[in-house]
Design a protein around this ligand. Structure first.
Ligand SMILES: [Zn+2]
Length: 277
């Protein structure tokens, strides 16, 4: 059928918007947080390592999301397969959005504020980013992270509120800001109130960031003066951003340590070379 060939060859035009399982999934109401995972990524089995243990009827679910499911099976299993296919797509999605291409796709959605905006007045409508509190499915629903106040919010709509957080994972928003540091909003409420654009000077910005990153440490160490119930409660609630399970502070510490080791190594080599030219 030449018609099919034309359809397969087209790239995301309106006419084929519901011709594939993925485009149907993305256009379904409530799935607005998800981005399109490149087919190449799904077809590379290396990227899916281990997911066969997480999803029942794995190979059929995979066939369904890649539109290669056998027509005969389709009717019998369709109902339960659909649930498995959504789970599989979600878990693939979590892996995809921390790749360079996936980060880019989510960046476009972030710029359009597809995930909503921070409700805090001082955050000046800062766009939010989805995040999981765990990478294990069926545990916690998705939350929204504000890069400005570093707090978490629940999605406004119940459709979004019931999405599994594992489909976005614990690393994604923090990796996005690490890869695109210029996107990191200014933490100074005064700047955020007076400056509407993102053109704050970068030097002041990074100085600011450093100060804010060090704040939590100062709080835990200097607990001497008047511990109020409120501050204890705030400590308990405080969200700790993580990248692949490492707290961002720890990553910074680890990097400083690695650099110190490297510098010492270089100094030692230079000393050796001086001795034996
Ligand atoms: Zn905020």
């Amino acid at each position: 059928m030449p018609f099919n060939v034309v359809e397969d060859a087209s790239t995301g035009s309106d006419s084929d918007y519901s011709s594939t399982w993925i485009s149907w999934f993305l256009s379904s109401k409530g799935n607005e947080y998800f981005c399109e995972v490149d087919e190449d990524f799904i077809l590379d089995r290396f990227n899916l390592t281990g997911l066969n243990n997480e999803v029942a009827n794995y190979s059929q679910a995979l066939d369904l999301i890649t539109d290669s499911l056998d027509e005969d099976i389709q009717d019998e299993l369709r109902g339960s397969l659909d649930v498995q296919a959504r789970l599989l797509y979600g878990l693939i999605h979590a892996r995809w959005i921390v790749t360079a291409r996936g980060l880019q796709k989510m960046l476009e959605k972030y710029k359009r504020a597809d995930f909503g905006r921070c409700p805090r007045v001082l955050c000046a409508s800062q766009p939010l980013l989805p995040v999981g509190l765990t990478d294990i499915p069926y545990e916690k629903s998705v939350k929204l992270y504000c890069g400005r106040c570093e707090d978490l919010y629940s999605p406004k709509s119940s459709r979004h509120g019931s999405i599994d957080g594992a489909y976005f994972g614990t690393t994604f928003p923090h990796l996005l800001f690490l890869v695109y540091p210029t996107l990191l909003p200014s933490k100074d409420p005064e700047t955020s109130m007076h400056v509407t654009g993102k053109e704050t000077n970068t030097l002041g910005d990074s100085r600011n960031r450093r100060r804010l990153r060090e704040e939590p440490e100062a709080v835990t160490e200097g607990g001497g003066e008047g511990i109020s119930t409120a501050s204890v409660a705030m400590k308990a609630e405080r969200y700790r951003p993580r990248i692949y399970g490492f707290q961002i502070n720890e990553i910074a510490k680890l990097q400083r340590w690695q650099e110190a080791v490297r510098d010492r190594q270089i100094a030692r080599l230079e000393a050796l070379e001086e001795k034996n030219p």
